[in-house]
Design a protein around this ligand. Sequence first.
Ligand code: SAH
Ligand code: SF4
Ligand code: F3S
Length: 458
Amino acid sequence: MTPSAVFEEYRDAARSLLAGAAAAEGRSAPSAFVRTFGCQQNEADSERLKGALNSLGCVIAEEPDDADVILVNTCAIREHAENRALSVIGQFKHLKAVRPTLVIGICGCMTAEPHRRDQLKHSFPYVDFTMPPASESLLPKLICDAFADKRSFIEDAAPQTEAVRPYRGESFKAWVSVMYGCNNFCSYCIVPYVRGRERSRPAEEVEREVRELVAAGCKDVTLLGQNVNSYRGGCDFAALLDRLCRIEGDFVLRFMTSHPKDATDALIDVIAREPKIARHFHLPLQSGSDRILRQMNRKYDRARYLSLVRSLREKVPEIAITTDVIVGFPGETEEDFLDTLDLLRTVRFDMIYAFIYSPRKGTPAAEMPDQIPREVQNARFDRLLALQNAVSEEINSAMVGKTFRVLSEGPSKTDPAVLAGRTDSNKLVLFEGNAPQGVFTEVKITGAEPYALRGTEE
Ligand code: SAH
Ligand code: SF4
Ligand code: F3S
């Protein structure tokens, strides 16, 4: 049976069970709450889960309290992410105690780990089901099973279904998955185990989705994949970008993530040529030591990384480059760490996302000797951030006095009197002005911090 057929077979039954549960409490429609952890790919998956719930008649709620269905979309990338998800799941126990018809489902990367599935089954008896990433076609059946008091702990992911339309909270920006899974098996990383092998969506399908989004007023489209550079949906990634830039309209096209081993000249050329593509490149480094890069199975070295950066800056001088760094990988010596600091000084990234290495059960790195003590990891992490904060602040300070195009995101989260927005190079700008959400405007930069710019609308 196709995934769409599986979805449709149980859709009406799940719909009426949910409608009945809401009516029993005097509400006109059932509601669903989805809590998301992890990366943008997971955010995009949650939009598909919400889309599926929507087509089962549910209103999407901002709070869990009155929900008829609660889904927690989990992340397994580091232990901290898993602990946070488990603690949130724990908080839903009392809701189920007051309302036994509440359906609680756990989705996403954590549920694809056998030991976590067992833990959820045995230590969280009020959880009705677990479901691997991107398996929303199974949702109607799992909801029907939950109403029949049957618990399910699904091991295998279901193929994606086009029967579900993502439910997007904001209309001015959107995530669009172009591929799922990962084939790279970096030695520290759980993703290939929990998300399976790479699958690319056909270019026509991606193009249709982006066209519809732009026609509906979307101004900022981010193409997602664990390694978009190995996209093979009938063309390569550079050709896909080229094709999407032919879509008429005023919008910014972003993408993430790029693996340095697969970034091509064709990709850099298309960025240089096409003004619709963001002036931002996220190029995860992980370590500046060749020895550690080999241990990580990253398949590039410092020299290759630096030559990519050189070529990017030669062809696209205004590009902002950001990266991911892992600190305290097994066997990392002070010398290896100094190599990373040195590379950061050489490249001068606009921003970095730094992570303390977290052993993941089942990955080769978790079994490596010489795991680094927590105090050493923490001290290196602090040194890394201190260096990068200084660099980011210098780079951002050089923008003061200049004017940039900014896409307004509306009032900022911390101070509603100030607007927030992003430059084409993806820098956060907090500014005084009137531009409503989803409108491009010109902002003069008046101040700089490591993580944000301040400005005034021109
Ligand atoms: N596919 C992307 C990365 C996705 S995970 C890529 O290869 O670029 C996002 C980041 O989490 C990684 O770049 C890495 O820096 C970090 N990460 C992954 N596994 C980790 C682990 N076990 N411990 C700490 N950080 C990790
Ligand atoms: Fe993980 Fe490496 Fe795949 Fe990125 S490329 S998801 S770090 S295995
Ligand atoms: Fe986490 Fe899964 Fe993304 S492990 S980082 S949610 S791919």
